[in-house]
Design a protein around this ligand. Structure first.
Ligand SMILES: Nc1ncnc2c1ncn2[C@@H]1O[C@H](COP(=O)(O)OP(=O)(O)OP(=O)(O)O)[C@@H](O)[C@H]1O
Ligand SMILES: [Mg+2]
Length: 397
């Protein structure tokens, strides 16, 4: 037995065997290590995926939050009395992070089960504010306006003076006009004028578009009108600019349809705000329309839009001025603005602006450094030509 063993040992030296064995084992260990690393990284990937899914699932399982309005807030105790939409009141706790945000009147979102405040919502005014354009002090000033000198003087007296020095009117015992209605064709500078007045008087410019009030914010028109006057009071001195006034102030026709009732309600609210408006100082109200022919006379009574200013299309000199304003910052090459003005009889300020922009675009397409008379002539053809096409289409349709 021993002999046999010794014999085998002699044939296969054990030293060599072990080396081989160990090397193979080491190789295996390395392989397993790599495999393990792979699995670990795969695992952490799966873990991330899992967490993501779980979060999504949690989101989906979450019950919707309850919205309420804070009635009273106790900052020390971090509690608030919240009234929900059903009129029930709850005493709830809120987190430190909401300390600065929550005040009486804030809208808050609470969890259903524990009624814990988890979010303080934006002011209720915000969604409505979408319907208004509010500019603290517009940058548009009178130097941006070509022509309209006589109209500007009229507005000076009807809007600017009463806004800036109401006491002068009081002293002389005369009443300043309540509202001024600007009327004229589209693109003649009505909005521009209203903004320039706000700039000159350092006023907040609050613009609403009557057609949007009744079409986009159905059911809210009257309330929006109230909001606008409230905001104007808060931001005095201010100018309320009601664009497309004809949309709510048209002579009444048929009052039965729902749409008309909405228009009526909005108009009534406007009239009542204007009637109660005389006492308010430092707020001016300017309306604009291109359909003066259909405006309801109720709107034009004394105490309402009792001053009308027509904003006409520019004459030859005025067109030249408007060309100068809108091409003022363009590098021109020997351009004769007088000729351009002569060739644009009947064009509005907005069209002249469009011509200047089009001329600039033509030069840009040709990669030119300057804008030439020819660019302007082509632009006139394009801009005013389109207009002709449009009116022809209208005639035939
Ligand atoms: N007299 C003008 N001087 C300089 N630019 C003008 C003049 N009139 C109009 N424009 C230009 O045309 C643009 C449109 O004018 P604006 O919006 O004031 O017209 P509008 O009379 O209010 O028109 P709409 O009735 O369509 O509301 C302005 O932004 C301005 O650049
Ligand atoms: Mg306008």
């Amino acid at each position: 037995m021993n002999d046999e063993n010794q014999g085998t040992m002699a044939r296969k030296p054990p030293v060599f065997d072990i080396y081989d064995y160990v090397t193979r084992l080491e190789e295996q260990v390395r392989l397993l290590h790599t495999e393990k690393n792979l699995i670990v990284s795969k695992n952490s990937q799966m873990e991330i995926e899992f967490q993501k899914m779980r979060k999504e699932l949690d989101e989906m399982r979450k019950p919707p939050l309850i919205v309420g309005t804070a009635q009273e807030v106790n900052l020390e105790e971090k509690t608030a009395i919240i009234k929900n939409t059903n009129g029930l009141e709850f005493l709830v706790e809120f987190e430190k992070e909401h300390l600065d945000l929550i005040k009486a009147g804030s809208r808050v979102a609470m969890t259903q089960r524990s009624l814990k405040v988890v979010r303080v919502l934006n002011d209720i005014k915000d969604p409505r504010a979408r319907a208004m354009e509010v500019i603290e002090r517009p940058e548009t000033n009178f130097s941006f306006i070509g022509g309209l000198k006589k109209e500007t003087r009229e507005l000076e007296e009807a809007v600017i003076l009463p806004l800036l020095s109401p006491e002068k009117f009081e002293k002389l015992g005369i009443e300043a006009p309540s509202g001024v209605l600007l009327h004229g064709e589209t693109g003649t500078g009505k909005t521009l004028l209203a903004k320039a007045i706000a700039n000159k008087t350092n006023s907040t410019f609050i613009k609403i578009t009557a057609s949007e009030l009744v079409r986009k914010y159905i059911g809210e028109g009257a309330e929006l009108v109230r909001d606008v006057f409230k905001l104007a009071e808060e931001k005095k001195p201010s100018i309320i600019f009601i664009d497309e006034l004809d949309a709510i102030g048209t002579i009444r026709s048929d009052e039965t349809s729902g749409g008309d009732r909405e228009v009526q309600r909005t108009l009534m609210q406007l009239l009542s705000e204007m009637d109660g408006f005389k006492k308010r100082k430092n707020i001016a109200i300017i309306g604009a329309t291109n359909r003066i022919d259909v405006i309801d006379p109720a709107l034009l009574r004394p105490g309402r839009f009792d001053r009308m200013v027509e904003i006409p299309l520019p004459d030859l000199n005025e067109r030249e001025e408007i060309f100068a304003i809108h091409s003022g910052s363009m590098p021109l090459d020997d351009v004769n603005l007088r000729i351009l003005a002569e060739k644009t009889d009947g064009a509005s300020g907005a069209e002249i602006k469009a011509i200047c922009m089009e001329a600039g675009m033509l030069a840009l397409r040709e990669d030119a450094d300057f804008i030439t008379q020819n660019d302007f002539l082509k632009a006139i053809d394009k801009v005013l030509g389109q207009e002709e096409e449009k009116s022809e289409e209208k005639m035939f349709s």
